[in-house]
Design a protein around this ligand. Sequence first.
Ligand SMILES: C[S@@+](CC[C@H](N)C(=O)[O-])C[C@H]1O[C@@H](n2cnc3c(N)ncnc32)[C@H](O)[C@@H]1O
Length: 265
Amino acid sequence: MPSLTRSERASPALFGQSEKKDLSARADWSAYASAYDLLSEHNPDYKALLRDFETFLTTIEPPELIYDIGGGTGNYTQIAARCCPDSEIRLVEPDAGMTGLAQAKLAGFENVSYQTCGLEGVDAKGKADLVICVHALYAMPSQEQRLGELRRLLRPGGWLYLIDLGRYMNVADWRGYLFRSLREKLGLLGALRVFWQGREIAKQNTSILNAQKKGVYWTHSAEEMAAAVTDAGFEIVRQESVYRGYSDLLVCRAAPLEPGREDRS
Ligand SMILES: C[S@@+](CC[C@H](N)C(=O)[O-])C[C@H]1O[C@@H](n2cnc3c(N)ncnc32)[C@H](O)[C@@H]1O
């Protein structure tokens, strides 16, 4: 891993300061929501991430308080709610379309509550034992601050389960890969049907790519990701390249906060 100085690691370029950027170049999460769960049904790599998370839960003490930040349609919250029935789970998701689908999906779980806001507006009462943040950090402004907020949500020693898209979303590459995988599973007509149903996914992934290219969404290498979470006060327990090399998975523990970085909530 290349060693970067702290100022290099924390440079505005790395953290995608978005003040002067074209903020219209972002995904429409409500439009994405309508087709989002085709991923959990049909994308083998999305499913592999869900399985990894479920396995991870079996390796830790049952958490009392869990946040799912940028929880989307609630797929990670659903696993947490099923595997940790005694945990309190707070799903934080700013998009009303995504939240609506999560609420419908998770209606049977009494241990789940919702905050329809971004990480930057979260109501953080009590310290969490586990924070989940999957494929959401790259879409937020000012990742350095956001990582600091993720750290302050946790008690020292608490877990961060973080997956983030780091590399450019190559839509043609994903399209070819998913089509081959669907054709194998469902035949040509079945694959075409799912592609038609999921056309909003391709559209929104193209928006994500455009936002990445304009620097509105954060892109990073595995090394930059590791440096950013370490700077924010985490110890990395496991790091892997996942999602066909597009994303980084990091399982981290919250280190004790340095003086002056304490949570005031
Ligand atoms: C690609 S989806 C991931 C959803 C879910 N974590 C999953 O993996 O299935 C990204 C989510 O991040 C949310 N998001 C965007 N900006 C956010 C912010 N500032 N704070 C929290 N979530 C945010 C979006 O609304 C969207 O639902």
